[in-house]
Design a protein around this ligand. Structure first.
Ligand code: SIN
Length: 393
């Protein structure tokens, strides 16, 4: 084992939407090192299918997005954080588009879909069901355009380094080297912890280690009981626990129990479009009642060509497991999807430890309350120069 040390201005741990957006913001203000524990494109961001929620359509308003978010969060959202999300979201999306993000359009206008617990069509999507991949592609390209941004892939952060109650860097395992990276500010953007559960939509890298290192450094960890289960993941012997986007129900897919009967109307007036927690619980109740390990998602009544065009990734993946989603009911069951709790931060992303910031799924600003509104996770703003890591000396 080799031991070394290096110094940068800003250390960003994690290469998904939160980490990359932070790196882009900080790039003009100093040297930035981005660490990812797998390859550059392997982050939860890349797995996000359905889309990104933003009040940009003619029929929508920021205040309605706000109300839907707070309602889905079961009244437990930090309302100031929700305001930041819904008010700054439109500008963030326009910025992403100016950097080259290609969201689907109908004619010359952006195409919006609806998802559970939204009362307006406000979900933008890309290449049908590959929204996260598109956003990640654009952010990776943008981050690479700054000479001040470097990255170490396959670099695992073992612990944060603190001195006199301040975070001054992190200890990183990279190949056969252990490197102490010292920085003016450290930004944790390590994503979630879905791999703690036997069924999850999360990739194998989502092991909660960002929360663990922050905890060991003495950061406040909050709301850890709020774990969101996505209602519909593929349940088929030999198949991966593949996400079947909420947008499928937004486009009209329905749920049926093992006997082929629809059931959501017994549980909520919004039926298949009730909030995620309600739908996931209803599915589990139905599984218990019928003694089955899954229910079905049914798109057979939708136009075949529309389904193939709208959900190309899902269509192709399911076909590999002999399920033609235009002809067959899809066996599905809930799986751990998103952790609303995490490292407590203020609205500038600052934790209780000087020099340590957190952003994205690892962080808890309280924006999602007890239950994140669908597609409210891909939008991450930058920091103004007065706030955030750039203000740390
Ligand atoms: C989905 O496409 O259903 C997932 C999107 C999200 O978790 O917000």
């Amino acid at each position: 084992m080799n031991f070394s040390s290096e110094t940068v201005d800003f250390l960003v741990i994690g290469g998904g939407v939160a980490g990359l957006r932070a790196a882009i913001e900080l790039a003009p203000r100093g040297s930035v090192l981005v660490l990812t524990k797998d390859k550059a494109t392997e982050s939860t961001t890349g797995y996000a299918q359905g889309g990104v929620a933003v009040a940009l359509s003619d029929e929508d308003e920021v205040c309605i997005h706000y109300e839907d978010t707070v309602k889905a969060g079961d009244g437990l959202c930090n309302e100031e954080a929700v305001k930041v999300l819904v008010e700054e979201g439109p500008a963030c999306i326009l910025e992403l588009m100016s950097w080259g993000a290609d969201f689907d359009k109908e004619g010359s206008k952006l195409s919006f879909t609806i998802e559970a617990a939204h009362t307006r069509k406000r979900i933008l999507h890309s290449h049908g069901d590959s929204t996260g991949k598109e956003i990640e592609r654009v952010l990776i390209k943008k981050a690479r355009s700054f000479p001040s941004v470097r990255r170490y892939d396959f670099a695992f952060t073992l612990d944060l380094i603190t001195e006199d109650g301040r975070c001054i860097g992190a200890t990183v395992l990279r190949g056969d080297s252990i490197i102490n990276v010292f920085a003016r500010a450290v930004i944790l953007a390590t994503g979630g912890a879905g791999q703690l559960y036997s069924r999850t939509t999360n990739p194998v890298i989502s092991t909660g280690d960002g929360i663990a290192i922050a905890y060991r450094a003495g950061a406040l960890i909050v709301d850890m009981e709020f774990i969101q289960f996505h209602p519909t993941t593929l349940y088929s012997p030999g198949a991966p626990q593949f996400l079947l986007s909420e947008a499928m129900r937004g486009e009209g897919a329905v749920l049926r129990n093992i006997h082929g009967q629809r059931f959501m109307h017994h549980y909520h007036e919004m039926s298949e479009l009730a909030s995620r927690d309600t739908v996931a619980r209803a599915i589990v109740s139905e599984m218990v009642k019928t003694g089955a390990r899954h229910v079905y998602l049914d798109l057979r009544h939708l136009d075949r060509d529309f389904v193939k065009k709208r959900f190309p990734q899902i269509y192709t993946t399911c076909l590999q497991y002999d399920i033609d989603i235009t002809e067959d009911m899809i066996p599905v069951c809930p799986a751990a999807h998103y952790i609303m709790g995490g490292v407590s931060t203020d609205l500038a992303g600052e934790t209780g430890i000087k020099g340590l910031f957190a952003a994205g799924e690892v962080a808890c600003t309280g924006v999602h309350g007890a239950n994140r509104l669908a597609s409210n996770s891909l939008c991450w703003r930058g920091w103004s120069s007065a706030q955030g890591p750039a203000g740390v000396h």
